[in-house]
Design a binder for this molecule. Sequence first.
Ligand SMILES: [Zn+2]
Length: 51
Amino acid sequence: MKRANVQRKTAVRCGDCQSIFTAEIGDDGAVFLIGMGDRCGCGGTEFRSFA
Ligand SMILES: [Zn+2]
C-alpha cells in the first residue's frame, strides 16, 4: 500500500531572507510552505528546517 501523503509540519527558515515559515515536508523531502507553495516571497527556494 502506498503512503504518498505522509507529511510533517515543521518550521523552516528561508536560506535567502531568513524568514521563518510553517511548512510541510513530504516523503521525498520536498518542502511546501503553508499557503505559499514551494517558494518564498523573496524568490528563494532553499529552506532549512529546524526542530
Ligand atoms: Zn526568502
